[in-house]
Design a protein around this ligand. Sequence first.
Ligand SMILES: N[C@@H](CCC(=O)N[C@@H](CS)C(=O)NCC(=O)O)C(=O)O
Length: 208
Amino acid sequence: MELFTSPMACSLAAHITAYEAGIPLQITYVDTRAKTTKDGRDYRAIAFNGYVPALKLDDGTLLNENPSVLQYLADQNPEAGLAPRWTDVRRYEVIDALNFLGTELHKKVFSPLFAPAMPAEGKAYAKAGAQQTFDALVRRLGDGDHLVGDRFTIADAYLVAMLNWCPFVGIDLAQWPKLASYHKLHLARPAVAKAIGVEMAERARRAA
Ligand SMILES: N[C@@H](CCC(=O)N[C@@H](CS)C(=O)NCC(=O)O)C(=O)O
């Protein structure tokens, strides 16, 4: 299997999941602006929309959305508990969380804040959305440290990957102490720290 990722993008969640589940992957870095892979391939010819993550399976199938990529990886090693089994209602809670994160947090809050062409009014709207969405996440976590049940799942991997972006878009996570402590707790997980270390090293190589 080959995972197409860009350093510290949302695809970090898949990288974390692979380490959590002990799944060996070939990692291919993508320049999402140039739409090329590190080894010089045209990324749009690999992933139709040019987005990461993409996961190329050994039979050539390409999965190209966080929910499918993350669930596929989690299902390769169910014992790791990164997604409940399909007969468990909690599986649908994980899907619920992935969808919330992908739409309300990723696309409604972070994507406009990162977009250079977004006018100030659009950024202000996204910031207001951040307040609402982060408040909702605090309610969703309640007294717990996980989005679903009482263990780390792929939904947490996705949220942790996005919380890393807060300082780059002017969101001070300290306004939500619950989310700040959630982020700190999960950053200390060995698989999370390893994936971030590997991707930050790639980022430093790019910048050099
Ligand atoms: N709908 C996709 C969105 C993935 C996405 O937004 N990826 C970003 C990186 S975090 C990307 O590749 N952006 C490239 C671009 O905007 O051209 C998913 O949920 O997986």
